[in-house]
Design a protein around this ligand. Structure first.
Ligand code: CA
Length: 231
């Protein structure tokens, strides 16, 4: 999952980036509204956190309005400073999905974003599973059947992206833009290397083939249907 944080308090923005990265998200930060809006419009984020008061040509609410006007449905959480709480309804009316009043505990923000992502994904449960593979985004655990599998942070993020898009052909470009952040120095063959590592940990030891290669394009995670056909 890749998120964008538009927040001009640099210390806070960096603390949030670190916290989200620990939870296996890819995170981009922007310190002003023009740059933030440009990133939000051009990159495929899974969620956006935007501060209400920002330097530049727009405030947070205007950013939300502009994105919604272009039919961008990305989940957005608006941050408001204490004393601006009357802006709550304005933010939600503009199209934000949630808001949080500063100061807040980072844990609270993490929980809100998790819940926004859950609302937009098809499954209501916290853990994601396809066939025998289960991933718990809150406890950061992965298992194949009853066997726990240890993954690195990026392998985990990659698997989460696959599990959120089962049976869909995912291009290497789409994988790169959802699993790695803007600054990451990454090439299509980096994706290949990570997919290989995932297979070595999740498929090979169990004799399964969940991750299918779509030649010259990308990959597909085979979900229940293919599995029940095989039984
Ligand atoms: Ca601000």
């Amino acid at each position: 999952m890749r998120i964008l944080i538009i927040e001009d308090e640099r210390k806070l923005a960096r603390a949030l980036k670190r916290a989200f990265e620990q939870e296996r998200y890819a995170v981009d930060i922007s310190f002003d509204s023009d740059d933030g809006l440009m990133m939000a419009e051009t990159q495929p984020y899974d969620a956006i956190i935007v501060d209400r008061m920002l330097p530049g040509n727009f405030n947070g609410i205007e950013i939300v309005k502009k994105l919604r006007k272009k039919n961008n449905t990305v989940p957005i959480l608006l941050l408001t400073a204490l004393g601006q709480t009357t802006d709550k309804t304005t933010g939600l009316d503009a199209g934000a999905d949630d808001y949080l009043v500063k100061p807040f505990a980072i844990e609270e923000l993490l929980a809100r974003i998790r819940s926004l992502l859950r609302r937009t994904s098809s499954s209501a449960s916290t853990s994601l599973s396809v066939g025998e593979i289960t991933l718990d985004p809150t406890r950061l655990t992965v298992s194949h059947g009853d066997t726990p599998v240890t993954l690195t942070a990026k392998e985990f993020a990659l698997l989460e992206y696959f599990l959120r898009n089962p049976n869909r052909i995912l291009s290497k470009e789409s994988i790169m833009s959802h699993v790695w952040d803007y600054d990451a120095d990454i090439l299509p063959n980096t994706v290949e290397a990570y997919v290989k590592q995932l297979r070595n940990k999740l498929d090979k030891p169990f004799g399964t083939k969940y991750i299918e290669t779509i030649r010259g394009f990308g990959y597909k995670l085979i979900a229940e249907k293919a599995k029940s056909d095989a039984q």
